[in-house]
Design a binder for this molecule. Sequence first.
Ligand SMILES: Nc1ncnc2c1ncn2[C@@H]1O[C@H](COP(=O)(O)OP(=O)(O)O)[C@@H](O)[C@H]1O
Ligand SMILES: [Mg+2]
Length: 259
Amino acid sequence: MVLCVVNQKGGVGKTTTAINLGAYLARTGIRVLLVDLDPQGNATTGLGVSRAHVRLSTYDCLVRGRAVREAALPTELDGLDLVPSNPDLAGAEVELVGQEGRERKLREALVPVLPRYDLVFVDCPPSLGLLTVNGLVAADEALVPIQCEFYALDGIVQLVRTVDLIRRTLNPRLRIGAVVLTMYDSRTNLSDQVAAEVRAHFGDVVAKTVIPRSVRLAEAPSHGKPVMLYDPHSKGALAYEELARELAARLAGLTRRAM
Ligand SMILES: Nc1ncnc2c1ncn2[C@@H]1O[C@H](COP(=O)(O)OP(=O)(O)O)[C@@H](O)[C@H]1O
Ligand SMILES: [Mg+2]
């Protein structure tokens, strides 16, 4: 199963969600691969991999046809591997233009390693450009973090339209599997209003677990660790642990139905 963590807005919690869900799911014995598809490489540094030490990156897999198996690095956590990114990836959009099948590069790169992992997270950049299109074409489901702030639903219509378009053209499997409310602040009415609005818009797809604003979540990446290894008792850690449980239960249900 490939989950693409996507929202063209920056700073909504995509990378935080990919790293921390990945970490908690890996701890339950699920074999997880996280693909850093953002040239900024926040998932890479957030998992303690220094960009200067990246030999093979997502860029090499997309543009140079290198094997994901070779690019994948183990992380501090057993069962969580990372395909690191570096700034070269910013050039990939331009280098791939004009290439046949440019939207399917990530899918093609991932297919050989799918038997090695139970779950692949793709951490998208904050745009709906060719990199994100590659993420959506490679995915079974889109996982959309939405920040509980005033402009939360701005741009969501465009995102949903993009997902629909890709389902009709390039990837009939694709659907929005989950919407996750992030940076919820219980002290403000605004957070509640936004949460209610998002639930009215997306219904059951919205995860029951809401991710609160938590300083520990913001600090953990500067230590190169998922919050689980940084401060497992913080409220942000407990929220991602619960979200992982919710997601795992749903995925187990899907697998059973497919059999
Ligand atoms: N629940 C949260 N509480 C506090 N800070 C958060 C939370 N989620 C993310 N952050 C911080 O907000 C910033 C943006 O989050 P990030 O996951 O990088 O977003 P994106 O990948 O969508 O750009 C980062 O500095 C991150 O550490
Ligand atoms: Mg990010």
